[in-house]
Design a protein around this ligand. Structure first.
Ligand code: FAD
Ligand code: SF4
Length: 463
């Protein structure tokens, strides 16, 4: 009989007062007992709506039933048949907008905690697998290049290697992992989890070349000349957007990317690393997505003053994951909602002293059903702060499209593909944020899987 309790089994987490003083993971994961109890809430529906809500159609009731049966190996097999990075997705997917939003248990009470169970299965598997040797698939003699080592590139590389391809991943940064490493902070996604995935790929025979900026060190055409038969572009959408308001060039204005990269990749918060970051005091973040929440929570940990999220819509409309908003609020982040930035105010030395905002009201819903903010005339005010972090979105970097002739791009600068990941250039495939614009880890991972299948089809058709 399923457990009919209306609420999820709570996730143990670090106390908010303690966690704002460290970068350790906030959510601590289910114990075996908690996971079995939560899995017992699943009704194992005959027509599971949760699966429809999952962008890669993970067989959710099946993996959950294996937890109930105590067969975690089978549970992991089911998960990874459609999602290569369950330890990551269990932590960062917006489940409340995807699988959990559809779960039948959510109609009366809370949905099954699908994300927490996914994380549990993956963590148990990784703890055990660390002791086992990774099988190395035999080479089929065909070479494929992957550009970028984020979730899309890593998934595509892993799947192709398992099919026998000799895969080389070219990564611009000195560290692999894409946003999972340079963007999402340690306290939300420990870097060791991503490193385990990367170590497994290397053990399987995937070659990773770091500090290789394709378009600068080598072009895509030169990769073909070097003997690669296909290329998968997974270069993400790492170019920060700015507001183009007065004061954006003042000292103390950062893009979220800069703060997060300096903190995550260059360990600016540690005294034993030599990438300093100016001490933060009162900080205003502009934006309401996951990037804004991450920047705010990092600023809180690095600084000693108030940290504000300023966003032009209300709490209901914040695009960030619900859990991140709750965690941010518990950590003392202050929400200045229904406020739109007008200018950044500086002193005579060109340093930030405030953020000018104008209050907003919510008007009619837009085409996505979100109510549009309407400025309240004459309601301008200045929020005192000494740093402003801009987190309003990113777009694909133009380097690859500008160095690859005949590669079609969309109006927004993303690389144009069909549903199989094919681009306008023969042998060149693309997926993840580079093709969609900034999106989610699970979509990037799913695109990597599709890209691997399409590249396999393409190379087979040529031989
Ligand atoms: C701070 C932050 C928080 C986020 N939080 C969430 C979340 O909670 N949940 C969620 O689902 N999604 C989240 N996202 C979005 C998610 O991380 C991305 O959608 C996902 O990482 C995209 O994967 P990708 O593989 O396409 O690209 P990326 O992860 O961006 O990886 C691209 C890689 O390509 C490399 N590269 C770029 N150009 C070149 C070049 N010319 N040559 C070689 N290498 C190159 C980059 O250095 C990078 O390592 C977040 C994003 C950010 C920035
Ligand atoms: S909809 Fe909910 S209860 Fe039904 S199978 Fe999916 S997780 Fe289980």
């Amino acid at each position: 009989m399923p457990d009919m309790s209306l609420t999820k089994n709570p996730m143990p987490e670090q106390d908010p007062q303690v966690r704002v003083t460290n970068f350790d993971e906030v959510a601590l994961g289910y114990t075996d007992e908690m996971a079995v109890a939560e899995a017992g809430r699943c009704l194992n529906c005959r027509h599971p709506l949760c699966v429809i809500g999952c962008p890669v159609s993970v067989r959710i009731p099946s993996f959950i039933q294996k937890i109930v049966e105590g067969d975690l190996d089978a549970s992991y097999e089911i998960l990874t048949s459609t999602n290569s990075l369950p330890a990551v997705c269990g932590r960062v997917c917006p489940q409340e907008k995807q699988c959990e939003s559809q779960c039948i248990r959510g109609k009366k009470g809370e949905s099954v905690a699908i994300g927490r169970l996914e994380r549990y299965v993956a963590d148990r598997h990784n703890a055990k697998k660390a002791k086992e040797a990774v099988p190395v698939p035999a080479s089929n003699g065909h070479r494929v290049a992957v550009i970028g080592s984020g979730p899309s590139g890593l998934t595509c590389a892993g799947d192709l290697r398992k099919m026998g391809y000799d895969v080389t991943v070219f990564e611009a940064f000195h560290k692999s992992g894409g946003v999972l490493v340079y963007g999402i902070p340690q306290f939300r996604l420990p870097k060791e989890i991503v490193q385990t995935e990367i170590d497994n790929l290397i053990a399987m025979g995937v070659e990773i070349v770091n500090n290789a900026v394709i378009g600068k060190s080598e072009t895509i055409d030169e990769l073909f000349e070097d003997g690669f038969e296909a290329v998968y572009i997974a270069s993400g959408a790492g170019l920060p957007q700015f507001l183009h308001i007065p004061g954006e060039n003042l000292l103390g204005v950062y893009s979220a990317n800069e703060i997060l990269t300096r903190t995550n990749l260059m360990k600016a918060y540690r005294d034993d690393y030599d990438t300093p970051l100016k001490r933060l005091h009162n900080v205003a973040i502009i934006g309401g997505g996951n990037v804004a929440m991450d920047a705010a929570r990092v600023a809180k940990r690095l600084g000693d003053g108030h940290v504000y999220i300023t966003y032009r819509r209300g709490m209901e409309e914040l695009p960030a994951r619900k859990e991140e908003v709750e965690h941010a609020a518990a950590e003392g982040i202050e929400f200045q909602l229904l406020n739109n930035p007008v200018s950044i105010v500086g002193d005579e030395n060109g340093r930030v002293v405030g953020l000018e905002l104008i209050r907003q009201e919510l008007g009619e819903p837009d085409e996505k059903g979100r109510r549009s903010p309407v400025p309240v005339e004459g309601s301008n005010w200045v929020l005192p702060c000494d740093a402003v972090i801009i987190a309003i979105g990113t777009s694909p970097n133009p380097l690859i499209r500008s160095t690859t002739p005949n590669l079609n791009v969309t109006r927004k600068g993303a690389i144009e593909t069909d549903e199989t990941g094919r681009t306008s250039r023969e042998g060149v495939f693309c997926g993840g944020d580079a093709a969609t614009g900034a999106a989610t880890v699970i979509l990037a991972t799913g695109a990597g899987k599709i890209g691997a299948i399409s590249i396999d089809d393409y190379i087979r058709s040529k031989t």
